[in-house]
Design a protein around this ligand. Sequence first.
Ligand code: NAD
Length: 267
Amino acid sequence: MSDEFEHVARLIESAGSVVALAGAGISVESGIPDFRSPGGLWTRFDPSIYATFESFMNNPTKFWEMAEELNPLLEGAEPNPAHMALVELERLGKCDVVITQNIDNLHQRAGSSDVLELHGTFHTGTCLKCGTRLTYEEIKQAAAGRVVPVCKSCGGSIKPDVVLFGEPLNAAVLQRAVELATECDLMIVVGSGLEVFPAASLPNYAKRGNAKLVFINIAATVSDDIADVIIVEKAGEALPRIVEAYRNLSGAGAEANRRSEYNGIRP
Ligand code: NAD
């Protein structure tokens, strides 16, 4: 076992409260591109045109054109070993909550029971005129051959329940995330470039609360200077190895190993 994984396992063992903060990078191995990596979404869709609240309110066509490309990827994606490893940490009593910037629902589908979606979800939408809530299937029906879906009841424009750039986060969700970050003993930041605020400030809250910080990323982040451990590796490889190292250290038991094999996580 390499030292860095054993180091993280020890941090997990000594932590009373462990929180994961996930970004788009955790879902790249599920086939969903992130934003800023080479080939990421923003290399093809300028966010100031395709994904700001203001541009959506002025003319939602560009957003929905981007969604037409992105939705099949989101629909077809399956949780990968990184999502499953966070579920396994939760089963071992070592992941209280997953705070995610992702809108793809993959943590929930993997089995994480407490997922805080900072940036909402693509699974539901809301009519901006009458407030009707729609499921993903209803949004698709509301498009009915058009690019932009409109409300069946009032003809209003439908916005997916994702937080666009320039749009405030849900205040209660953000407050809980800040509290969790401030109070945790260990924050595992996985697949986030930490460039999108206020999500990017959560590791700072954790640090100020004396938590240890573990960053897992294939590249450097702008906040690497505050990390206690940096693992430069794919999330789908690093997180299962962390689970393995923690099990070896804690003797978490044959039962846990059997369950992991069943879940497709490398024992
Ligand atoms: P980002 O694109 O800014 O950063 C992604 C990070 O993941 C990068 O630092 C990259 O080096 C790293 N990365 C890429 N592949 C990786 C892998 N296999 N393992 C580990 N790390 C990997 O994304 P962000 O920091 O999450 O913030 C941008 C915004 O992206 C968020 O607001 C989020 O809502 C949105 N987003 C979400 C999805 C999704 O739901 N899956 C997809 C694209 C963008």
